[in-house]
Design a protein around this ligand. Structure first.
Ligand code: HEC
Ligand code: HEC
Ligand code: HEC
Ligand code: HEC
Ligand code: HEC
Ligand code: HEC
Ligand code: HEC
Ligand code: HEC
Length: 499
């Protein structure tokens, strides 16, 4: 009797679930795979995706481009002064500050001294770019150009510095600071903003970048830079509860993509990596810049370049520097921060595996790790590498020759050494190369000098010579991958003709 009741109860429950499911099925709207949508802005997305929005809100992606406010200004605008370096002061006037900074009624100003004069020209700050390592100041000109001011703030030095003069190791002069406000790349909204805003549209510009008519949906890297325009997604989701439920169950049970929005993790490698490569790989060819700018993540449809992978390795890595961030070691390996993505694309892990940026980096809280320990040389990061390299897992010390758990025993120590340079005001902060298959090569260090061709072993064992490392690796029988010639043989000629 009791058993029958339970059976009936269960029957009713199952029947209601079946009815609810079919109701959702009947009530939900169909949707198209290829569509044209508008940008809605991250705030709207945040209305439903509270957690993602909360994480993103305090991330560098959100905060890269901001209004000048007490909270966003990291430089000294409390009657700050910046002088030309002692060695470059040529006249009496050069004893005066080259730049003065101050705030007035809630507005911020950078005043630049006229060459050969005691007079200053005040520029109002209309936007600030960056805050983690350095901060750039922009002033809006009458013809629509957001002009980058020549003096920036270095967070590590807690001082202003003339970015370009330090980059180029050139002579500082007030005249030169003014000249830097005429260069093509000083027009921030024409030159830089494609990587610092969402949905940049250059409507019109003068060839010399003296005038600009530029629009964007929001400053900073908003949700839709990575997920594509979301108006249709929002309309669909906000419309009927059945649509939301259907999408929710579809994701849960079928791992099906939600309607009208792109999620990189559900797409194939080239399309998915394009999402990050578009900004983290600035070593692209100049002639491709517009493609990278108008790129929108999403489905291939007319006018959208959703797969940039054919361009990833296109630009030759010419040793030396072609732009401040596009810098290449003498042996042909990527060096500047702008080649971080390239170092990944050059790795066999790019060709042969499905490794993604967000295996290690949280896509939303991008200073965090997607899985604890993956951003540091640690047992957890070893676990990640060993999940594929199982043969080494059996006896790690046999391979690493360093006591397990100590510095020198972690996979990143030797295979992701800090060889990518984030050059901030003369202080170089080295970031790990993203070629996870880097093999320490002391032969190249011997050939070019350890400072021009660093290898992981001598980065730690600085007091030892490359020859010492060659001997050790020979003793250990671990020099089979090492060649006494540059890594990228097709670039040998370039490498050899530079000096
Ligand atoms: C190809 C895309 C791209 C272009 C173009 C670009 N940037 Fe960036 N910018 C980035 C990326 C990516 C980072 C972060 C790099 C990192 O930390 O790994 C960055 C970082 C910065 C930072 C430091 C942020 C901080 O918090 O310290 C500043 C300042 C900056 N860029 C200014 C500029 C200026 C000025 C220009 C134009 C001359 C420019 N960028 C052009 C992609 C770009
Ligand atoms: C820098 C690129 C980027 C930005 C900006 C970004 N996302 Fe994402 N988002 C991703 C990637 C990549 C994934 C897949 C992550 C994964 O699978 O680990 C993802 C996944 C998601 C998901 C799927 C569920 C989940 O958490 O994995 C949602 C929902 C989402 N993002 C919403 C948002 C919203 C809302 C914003 C803005 C507040 C936003 N995203 C900003 C790249 C981005
Ligand atoms: C009215 C509510 C609502 C709004 C507003 C909204 N979404 Fe969604 N979104 C959903 C629901 C419901 C799902 C499916 C269930 C889930 O993943 O949570 C979803 C799923 C997603 C996914 C996962 C897609 C996948 O295939 O894995 C992403 C990414 C996403 N939304 C991004 C955005 C972005 C970006 C915006 C702003 C342009 C936005 N959403 C605005 C309700 C909304
Ligand atoms: C529209 C351009 C753009 C896209 C797309 C983009 N980024 Fe970024 N990313 C930036 C900029 C600009 C910064 C620098 C922010 C800062 O330092 O203030 C940055 C910072 C970062 C940082 C922190 C760097 C640091 O030094 O603190 C990580 C990690 C990162 N991005 C990963 C990703 C990943 C992973 C993706 C793809 C899912 C991605 N980014 C997509 C422009 C972009
Ligand atoms: C195997 C894990 C792994 C993968 C995959 C990975 N990264 Fe990283 N990434 C790291 C580590 C480790 C660092 C160094 C962090 C440090 O030194 O604090 C780093 C640093 C960075 C930085 C400099 C910011 C910082 O916090 O110092 C950026 C930008 C970045 N990665 C972007 C990317 C992009 C874009 C991809 C995809 C092409 C990617 N990463 C894939 C592990 C990874
Ligand atoms: C998803 C699986 C996978 C993961 C995770 C992985 N690898 Fe690999 N690794 C491979 C494959 C596949 C190759 C290429 C093997 C070949 O071509 O014979 C490779 C090659 C290598 C090589 C040889 C050099 C080269 O580029 O061919 C080294 C060194 C290496 N991996 C180190 C690492 C390190 C360190 C990590 C962790 C950051 C890691 N791997 C994570 C699959 C993986
Ligand atoms: C102390 C430095 C060091 C550490 C730590 C280290 N390796 Fe290596 N690894 C090397 C050297 C050197 C080679 C080249 C060996 C050779 O040429 O015979 C190498 C080669 C490799 C190869 C290529 C093997 C082949 O024959 O194709 C893989 C895969 C690899 N390492 C994975 C890892 C993994 C996974 C870890 C972390 C558990 C790790 N390594 C830690 C120094 C190191
Ligand atoms: C991340 C830093 C780091 C890297 C990379 C590294 N080591 Fe070490 N190494 C250490 C430390 C710390 C010790 C001392 C602790 C120990 O013995 O484990 C050490 C010890 C040694 C020793 C024994 C002590 C001595 O001075 O004779 C040798 C030999 C050695 N390393 C060689 C190498 C070689 C060869 C490589 C590259 C394949 C390498 N190391 C990479 C940090 C490193």
């Amino acid at each position: 009797m009791a058993l029958n009741k339970i059976k009936i109860a269960w029957g009713l429950i199952l029947a209601s679930i079946a009815i609810a499911a079919s109701l959702i099925w009947f009530l939900h709207d169909d949707y198209a795979r290829v569509y044209q949508a508008e940008y809605a802005g991250s705030e709207v997305c945040g209305g439903c995706h509270l957690i993602n929005h909360g994480q993103w809100e305090s991330s560098p992606h959100h905060k890269i481009t901001q209004q000048p406010k007490r909270e966003s200004i990291v430089g000294d605008f409390d009657n700050g002064e910046w002088y030309l370096p002692e060695k470059d002061r040529k006249t009496e006037l050069d004893r005066l500050p080259a730049v003065k900074t101050y705030s007035q009624s809630g507005e911020y100003f950078m005043a630049l001294r006229y060459p050969q004069s005691e007079q200053y020209h005040p520029f109002r700050i209309d936007r600030v770019v960056g805050y983690q390592y350095r901060q750039t100041y922009l002033t809006k000109e009458a013809d629509g150009v957001l002009r980058r001011l020549p003096v920036q703030w270095s967070v590590s030095r807690q001082d202003f510095f003339a970015y370009w003069n330090e980059q180029e190791k050139g002579v500082h002069s007030v005249h030169d600071l003014w000249a830097q406000m005429k260069t093509l790349n000083s027009a921030w909204n024409l030159y830089c903003a494609r990587c610092h805003t969402t949905n940049l549209d250059i409507v019109e510009k003068a060839r010399d970048h003296s005038t600009a008519n530029v629009k964007w949906t929001e400053p900073g890297v908003g949700c839709e830079t990575c997920h594509g325009p979301g108006s249709k997604h929002i309309k669909y989701m906000a419309g009927k509860p059945a649509n939301r439920l259907m999408s929710f169950f579809n994701q849960l049970l079928n791992e099906k993509t939600a309607p009208y929005i792109m999620n990189a993790s559900r797409l194939e490698k080239g399309v998915a990596l394009s999402v990050c490569a578009r900004c983290h790989g600035s070593d692209i060819l100049r002639k491709r810049m517009d493609i990278y700018r108008t790129y929108e993540p999403g489905f291939d449809q007319h006018g959208r370049y959703s797969d940039l992978s054919k361009y990833f390795k296109e630009a030759p890595l010419v040793p030396g520097r072609t732009a401040p961030t596009v810098e290449v070691w003498i042996d042909g390996r990527p060096k500047g921060l702008g080649t971080l993505f390239r170092s990944f694309a050059d790795s066999r892990h790019y060709d042969k595996t499905d490794m993604r940026c967000y295996d290690c980096h949280d896509a939303h809280a991008n200073k965090e790790e997607s899985s604890l320990g993956l951003k540091s040389a640690s047992a957890e990061s070893n676990q990640f590498c060993l999940s594929c390299h199982t043969e080494i897992a059996e006896d790690q010390e046999k391979h690493t020759k360093h006591t397990a758990g100590t510095s020198g025993s972690f996979c990143y120590d030797c295979h992701m050494p800090q060889t990518i340079a984030n050059a901030v005001a003369g202080d170089i902060h080295f970031v790990r190369t993203h070629n996870m298959g880097t093999i320490p090569n002391p032969y190249l260090s011997k050939r070019y000098g350890a400072e021009n061709s660093p290898n992981a072993c001598n980065i730690c064992h600085q007091e030892k010579s490359p020859e010492w490392t060659i001997d050790k690796l020979h003793e250990w029988g671990q020099d089979s991958h090492m060649l006494d010639q540059p890594l990228h043989l097709n670039r040998t000629a370039e490498a050899d003709t530079v000096h």
